[in-house]
Design a protein. Sequence first.
Length: 308
Amino acid sequence: TTSGTIADGSKYQVAVSAFDGTNVGVGLSPPIPLAFHYGAFDDAYGDGDVETAAANGRFYEDTPTGTYLWGTLTSAPTTSGGQTNYSWTPSVSRSANVLMVAGGGGGGGAFSGGGGAGGVVYSENVSLSGTINVSVGQGGTGGDGSGSSSGVGIKGFDTSMTGLTTAVGGGGGGTNNSTASQAGGSGGGDGHKSSGNKTGVAGQGHAGGEEDQTNALACGGGGGCGSIGGDGSGNYGGNGGDGVDYSYVFGSTYGDNGWFASGGGGGIQSPGIAGSSSRGGGSGGRNDNHNTPTNPAQSHTGGGGGGA
């Protein structure tokens, strides 16, 4: 029987915390997705407590070890270096479809670019047997609005699973006249006078957008899995790149109603119009007058944070 797996990046601050889900509900009819999250239980799906969440196929760093219908958590999950790490053994050998989405990048603060979405890796008919290690990447934090080096959006962290290509964290948005936009699964958008590499990983995402060279306070949107980030233009910040729809595989419970990994909108000086974001969890940018906080992306989506 073929079922599926999701590894997704999402944001708590301005970047993302991530999760990896696996449609391998052994003994359940029909099979349910298993979702491995970054960090502690947050009741995002109304389970009520971490034990009920585990019974429903959702796992966190504080999920108890033990044997469940879907398999065994062989050791206590740990969180370090921007990743929550799991060791899991399926109840029986089987194949699954696996979707991994890394943590999205944080948007920059103060005339800054949007964060790039976490990289997306989808694999069909993956053989699952023996001990499987899953590492779920946290989203990068957003800039603090200072316009200095502390205002840069932080790159998201990678998500990985045994035997599969690693999903690369999204690039942070560049910030005002300081740290440049970053490459990543999808690249972060350019900030004011802070153009950088901003490329995406081929097959996982797209590049971030550019600042407007004639109106340098119109900043670029972060790249998304589905398209490049928009360029800032005139009185408008660049829109974040599109996300990607996996509701046809995993339904609408996870991600943004089944969509993942859209880029964050680019910021602009007030009273300009900041860039917007699309389905997939990215957040819109803000029109900034300095010290404006960045917009966090939607949790558990892999979206990029909006620039300020």
